[in-house]
Design a protein around this ligand. Sequence first.
Ligand code: NCD
Length: 268
Amino acid sequence: MVTLLFYEPSSRTFGSFAAAVKLLGGQTIEILDPQHFSSVSKGETLEDTIRTFEAYSDAIVMRHPVIGTATKAAAAAEVPLINAGDGNGEHPTQALLDLYTIYEKFGQLDNLTGLLAGDVLNSRAIHSLIRGLSLFKKNTLYLLSPKELKLTRADLSDFKQRDVQIIEITDEKDIPKNANFWYWTRVQKERFTDMEAYEKVKLQFVVTPSLMDRFAGRDMILMDPLPRIQTIDMAVDADPRAVYLRSQIRNGLYIRMALLALVLGVKV
Ligand code: NCD
């Protein structure tokens, strides 16, 4: 029995975790929007909520809008707690499925060149993918974003101490033509307090067939954690290099099944 405790909206992460538990023969307690549909609405603390659901389940999967909350919840929990995204912090299971998608195509996770584009500042999927790729040797990552949405300098210096080369760019013309993968992300509207600032940057970088023609190699893959919010032109979907609506989604199910089986000691 696994509790899915999602304080933030989700389609793929929630759907694939729910399917993964069930395909492994388990069941779920699904609490969507606990701020309204649990005692959180009455002011219950995070720790008490965690202590409650662990009484009914073997693991808890949690998504939360505030960075660091997964760590706090894990400290309160006696059952395994899986971070399904914490604010603009990390999204480790997304990184696993992204790494697997890259591995499935290239058979390696080292010596690769990647382009990570969009909301580099706020995309937890990008943060975790950089962290994941930095565990392997000789990867080079170009980070393309509006100048307002670069990594925090603290994150940049943290990543620079890892075994990965990071090159920040703010202009499409600097996209390297030899990238093995592109990883596109939407601008994370929900992390902005100033909507004018959001409007200014939201559509700065859009993948179009013409951008692919100019900069993408023949053997690369185009990924997106989704949702795409006008950041990849639908005309690109039919391109065989576009894996975001294909293997990338399905791999989310497989790696979450594998992770749950490992964490819960399920024999498959
Ligand atoms: C991402 C997320 O929630 O961080 N989505 C996902 O889990 N596949 C990306 C996003 O919301 O932009």
